[in-house]
Each structure stands twice: as C-alpha cells, then as structure tokens.
Design a binder for this molecule. Structure first.
Ligand code: FES
Length: 108
C-alpha cells in the first residue's frame, strides 16, 4: 500500500517534506531515498543511536520497540517518549516524523 510520510525538521531552516513510501520500507529508507540527511552510522542494524527520530504521529502503527532499540535510544541526544530509531520503524501507516538537527553530528 502506498503511504505518506511527512518529515518535519528540528533545524527550522529546512522546510517540511512529504514523501511517498510503501509498506515495509523503514523510515530511514524513505528519508535517504528522498535525499533527507539522517545519520545511520551502524548501517541500519540497531547498533547505534544516530538514526534517532521523533514520531509525531502514527507511533501505534510501528513495530513494538525492542530492548535493544530502547538501549540505543537512551544514548541518543534528547530522547523523549516519541523517540524511535528510524531504521527499526517499518511503515504500515502514514506517519509524521521529526528529524533531529543533524548538525549535532558534524561538530557544529
Ligand atoms: S542506523 Fe544505527 S540504529 Fe539505526
């Protein structure tokens, strides 16, 4: 099924972006396919915290969070109850996702 993912950005110099996705894509896949900068240092195997995102809408549709994912979220910058790792979020519904400011990984 075609889905719509709306990306919002903590860095407010970047405009919101609405992207098409299909069931089974991860949020990370969709971001990268659309040229959205989102770090993914471990290569999408749930072994880092750099793909951390905030799910603003649609959290209930995502796969349940594993202990491993939760551990890495704890190490992310400013985690909240809406935090997930984008590589672990397989899409089955429309979502609204906020991308943390990626400049925090670039030493700015
Ligand atoms: S890319 Fe490392 S946990 Fe998602």
């Amino acid at each position: 099924m075609p889905r719509t993912i709306k990306f919002l950005f903590e860095d407010n110099s970047i405009p919101d972006q609405t992207c098409q996705a299909i069931d089974g894509d991860s949020v990370l896949d969709v971001a990268l396919d659309h040229g959205i900068e989102l770090h993914h240092n471990c290569g999408a195997v749930c072994a880092c915290s750099t793909c951390h995102v905030y799910i603003e809408n649609g959290m209930d549709s995502l796969p349940e969070i594993t202990d491993k994912e939760e551990d890495f979220i704890d190490r992310a910058i400013n985690p909240t109850l809406n935090s997930r790792l984008a590589c672990q979020c397989k899409i089955t519904e429309d979502l609204v996702v906020k991308i943390p400011d990626q400049r925090q990984f670039n030493g700015h």
